[in-house]
Design a protein around this ligand. Structure first.
Ligand code: GLV
Ligand code: MG
Length: 375
């Protein structure tokens, strides 16, 4: 294990110093685009105005004969687009693939200064992050990249889940994790062919009625992903990094997608992947705190004064712990409202934006919105 003193020193001479805290900017959706598809690439400038994060995908869903075109297309888009407050990420090919080395080295050389985060698929343990960490430091030094490129890992193998805490702790570059339900299902030999969401056969059934044992017994579908998602959220928060739900593959089923996103939001995720423009709006809605919750949370914060003691509000007990819950909600709302006038008005915030959207010195993942909060 590296000593605490070494942990925040650059891994290559001339590389930028690692960040002490992971910046937390609006991250409600990571919208995927295929940079090998010129039609999709042409839509990036307008998507950048609607998305918190745009990700050029080089990995799965890009055919092997399109890998080089995707990498080059991503570099073109990164060079030619004004992303404004939208973050720019890429998902590179897996660490054992023939494309990974060129993906990382060409992209950092060409657009390392424009890139916020590199997403690494199929991460199995801290050794995978250590490899990427050193490689990025060498490339940053070589190409005079001044801001450290952060790393996001997809949790999508059984071994990765077993090592989730060690992955989060592996490097100060670790920005967050996404759940990858498709690869994870395959790795675990789960018997579902869906990408995320529930399964009608994964259920709990009511006991039989002794007086009518043949009568219909209601059942309720359960969440296949609850255990992994909850484990991922704890690991991320414990290490000051950000948890995301991943893809929901049934694009037409916007109802179930919204439910899956909301479960993730309620459990602590900051955002989810969007695979189609329709999912951008779903994620924006779900991962922005509901207006009535924000208004209620503001009332609790006001009523609690210095945040200690207990008060009753509409028959509900409030104390030091509930005021912290409310600060999480209001803090997130306030951060999102800084770049969204409609949300700001809906939440009843009258203060003008104080922080520029690209100001990385703002809220960090170690103290997500709570620290930025003010009633
Ligand atoms: C995403 O990459 C997944 O495998 O679900
Ligand atoms: Mg995958």
């Amino acid at each position: 294990m590296r000593s605490a003193r070494q942990f925040f020193k650059p891994l290559a001479i001339g590389a930028p110093a690692p960040l002490l805290d992971i910046p937390f900017r609006p991250s409600r959706m990571i919208h995927f685009f295929d940079p090998s598809n010129p039609k999709m690439a042409a839509k990036v400038p307008s998507l950048a105005k609607r998305c918190d994060i745009l990700l050029g995908n080089l990995e799965d869903a890009v055919a092997s004969d399109r890998k080089v075109a995707a990498r080059e297309g991503f570099i073109d888009v990164a060079r030619s687009t004004d992303f404004g407050s939208c973050q720019l990420w890429t998902r590179v090919n897996s660490l054992d693939s023939p494309w990974l080395l060129d993906d990382i080295s060409h992209i950092v050389a060409a657009v390392g200064d424009r890139l916020d985060v590199i997403m690494i698929p199929k991460v199995e343990g801290p050794w995978d992050i250590h490899f990427v960490d050193r490689l990025l430091a060498l490339l940053e030094a070589k190409h005079n990249v001044t801001k450290p490129i952060l790393v996001h890992a997809i949790l999508e193998t059984a071994l990765g889940v077993a090592n989730v805490e060690a992955i989060c702790a592996a490097s100060p570059r670790m920005q967050g994790l996404s759940l990858g339900p498709a690869d994870l299902a395959a790795s675990r030999r789960m018997k579902t062919t869906r990408v995320g969401g529930g399964h009608p056969s994964y259920l709990v059934r009511a006991d039989p009625d002794p007086a009518a044992p043949q009568a219909h017994r209601p059942s309720a579908q359960q969440d296949l992903w609850h255990y992994t998602l909850a484990r991922m959220v704890d690991a991320c928060v414990a290490h000051g990094i950000l948890p995301f739900y991943g893809p929901f593959g049934d694009i037409r089923d916007t109802v179930a997608c919204e439910d899956q996103f909301r479960n993730a939001f309620l459990l602590g995720c900051v955002g989810a992947w969007s695979l189609h423009p329709v999912q951008i709006e779903l994620a924006r809605k779900v991962f922005s705190p509901p207006i009535d919750e924000v208004l209620w949370a503001k009332r609790v914060i006001d009523a609690m004064g210095d945040g200690t003691g207990a008060v009753m509000l509409d028959g509900k007990m409030q104390d030091d712990a509930t005021v912290k819950q409310c600060r999480v909600v209001v803090g997130l709302a306030r951060m999102l409202a800084e770049t969204d006038e409609a949300l700001s008005a809906a939440y009843g915030f009258d203060a003008p934006p104080q922080v520029s959207p690209r100001d990385d010195a703002g809220v960090s993942a170690a103290d997500p919105p709570v620290a930025a909060e003010g009633p």
